[in-house]
Write a protein that binds this ligand. Sequence first.
Ligand code: RIB
Ligand code: CA
Length: 312
Amino acid sequence: MPRKIIIDTDPGQDDAVAILLALASPEDLDVIGITTVAGNVPLHLTSRNARVVCEVAGKLDVPVFAGCDAPLQRKLVTAEHVHGKTGLDGIELPDPKMPLREQHGVDFIIETLRREPSGTVTLCPIGPLTNIASAFLKAPDIRSRVREIVLMGGAYFEVGNITPAAEFNIYVDPEAADIVFKSGAQITVMSLDITHKALVTHARVSAFEALGTRVGRAVAGWTHFFERFDVTKYGSKGAPLHDPTVIAYLIQPELFSGRHINVEIERQGEFTCGMTVADWWRVSDRAPNAMWMGSIADDGFFDLLTERLARL
Ligand code: RIB
Ligand code: CA
């Protein structure tokens, strides 16, 4: 029985690859909806991009809902320096034909969690957590109905990517992240500690290109484009492919391992705002509230990704 998921996203090239991996895996995942959030680029672009990706995959029946256009309390911070001005730079793609759904993304999340049997819907936030927190604030009853939240965000051993202390998704909306991490829902975290071990090397980009398909060319173009920021910054062998790790975990959890620990969100620090204070060594007496992943079988991850993308 495929697992019902809602992908909450701010595409972003890595978000795009995550969405494609999910849409290429119908035996594992039933994508009942995609909700967009402001993050890498403003909401009108993330909402365009999510539909562009569905059309690249040939999956025009996936409902896409626009969510929040700004963080709960703070001014929006975007990341065009990483993702380009469209958020999907790297390959030219036409504007989408499929429409956005009328309903607000937050209301779609609430309605879906109230309609589906409790414990059957997994939330997959791969951008700032504004939509998820807004849904939990508007409808506290849904918190206990979520099967699991598997999110990309945060960092501990790898520290920050948007500031020295904070990872982008958490930094954009730390108040939202705090609400989610205190919600009582079962949370699994794919932080930079994982994604910085999932680097898109030239060989891996070539494997995408070798698919010889529209999807292979798009993924190669996107991953090639957004590696330039990381290679300049980290001198790495390639860009970390952040968001698809969330989807890969749902398909092959054995690729990952981690610890159930306490994670708090710093919201006051002059230099540390947005930091995920992950008690990996359990030195505090704070109750564990998240499964924090620490290792990934990166070859297995890219083998899974390339094999599934070949299906589209
Ligand atoms: O820090 C990486 C995260 O920020 C990824 O989700 C990327 O898409 C951006 O949203
Ligand atoms: Ca993202």
